[in-house]
Design a protein around this ligand. Sequence first.
Ligand SMILES: Nc1ncnc2c1ncn2[C@@H]1O[C@H](COP(=O)(O)OP(=O)(O)O)[C@@H](O)[C@H]1O
Ligand SMILES: [Mg+2]
Length: 385
Amino acid sequence: MSDQPAATLGILGGGQLAQMLALAALPLGVQVRVLEPDAAAPARLCAEHLHAPYTDPAGLDALAACDAVTLEFENVPVESLDALRGRVPVRPGAELLARSKHRAREKTALREAGAHTAPFVVIEQEADLDRALERVGGRGILKTSELGYDGKGQVRVASDAELREGWAELGQVACILEGFVTFEREVSLAVARTADGRLAFGPLVENVHRGGILRTSVYPAAVPDGTETRAREMARAVAEGWGLEGLLTLEFFQLAGGDLLVNEVAPRVHNSGHLTQDGGGVSQFEAQVRAVLGLPLADWSPLLPCAMVNYVGVEGAAPDGAPLDGAPIDCAPIDWAAIDALPGTHIHLYHKAHRPGRKLGHVNLVAPDLPTLHQRLAQLEQLIP
Ligand SMILES: Nc1ncnc2c1ncn2[C@@H]1O[C@H](COP(=O)(O)OP(=O)(O)O)[C@@H](O)[C@H]1O
Ligand SMILES: [Mg+2]
C-alpha cells in the first residue's frame, strides 16, 4: 500500500459527527477536510479545517477539489449546494436534503416512498388549524417544519385552544401537526447506498430520550420477531425511492404488535448509531465514508451486545471540571475514573465547551451478554447525570 491518501473527503460541518467521521476515515487512507465557521469546532482536531462560513467561495472551492463531499447536518445552505453542483459529488444530494430538512415535505415524501408514518396535517396558515387536531386523532405534537432538533420547536397539544396557542408560541411559522403516537419503544436503523446502487444496513437500535434529547441507545433492540425486517424494508423503500447516495438514518416508533411508523430521518450518521464504534463491527462512521466514496460496503452491526449513554451539559455545572474555553465553571464533577473502571466502557469526548443541554460526549458500553450489559448499563447511568 502506498502512503498516499486513497481519497479526500470533504464535509460540510465540523461538529462531533464530522470529528468521528474523520476518525473513521483516516485508517482507510482517506483524508478529511471540513468547512466550518466555528473556530472551536470538534473536527478541527483531526481534519483539515477550512475555517469559513458554509457559503464562503474559497472554502467551497477547497471542498470542490475533494473526491466527494458529505455532511453532518441537514440545514446546509442551498447556496453552498448550488456552488458545488457539477464540480464534486455531494452525497446525499440537494434533492434529498431539501426533503429531509423540512418535516412536512419529509413526511409527505416518506408516505410516497411507501413508508408508514403517524397521521399529520400541514399547517401553513391560520385556516389550516380548523379541524386539524380532529384529523390527527384529537391529541398531537405541533412541530416547526424547519430547524427543529433535540425536541426544540415542538409543542404537545390536546385541544383546539392549545393548538392555536402552540402555533402562536412557535411564531406562526410553517409547521406539521402530527397525531400523538402511543408507542411501545423507539428504534432506529441506518441504511447506506452507493452511487452505483449498492445497499447496506446498520443494526436496529433501541432508543430512550430524556427531555427531548437521546439518553441511551441499546443493541440489540428488544423488539418482536420480524421488526428488523420491517425496518429494513422501509429503509430500502426510502433509500431507493429518494435516490439516496450516502447514509441515512430512520427513527421509528414501534407500536404494540410490532408495526413501525417512521418518525423522522436524518441524512447522515446519527447519535443512536454511536454504539457501533465499539461493538466490534464496522462503525456507522466508516459506513458513511465507504458509501460516499463508493468503497466496498457491507451490512454493519456490533458483534456483541452494546449500549451508549449520552453525556449532555447540565444546568449550572461543568461535570468534567475542565471547560475547554478556559472559563472556570462551578462544577459537580463526573467521576470519569469510575466510568473508565467499569468493564467494557469506551469514553468519547467531543472537546466542546460546556453548555447546558449541549451534547459533549458519550460513553459506549460493550458486554459479553445481554444480562451483563443491562446490569453494567444501570451502573453507568448512575455515573452520568
Ligand atoms: N408524533 C409523536 N408522537 C409521540 N411522540 C413523539 C411524536 N413525535 C415526536 N415524539 C417524541 O419526541 C421526540 C423528538 O421528536 P423528533 O420528531 O424526533 O424531533 P427531534 O428532531 O427533536 O429529534 C421523539 O424521539 C419522540 O420521543
Ligand atoms: Mg428525532
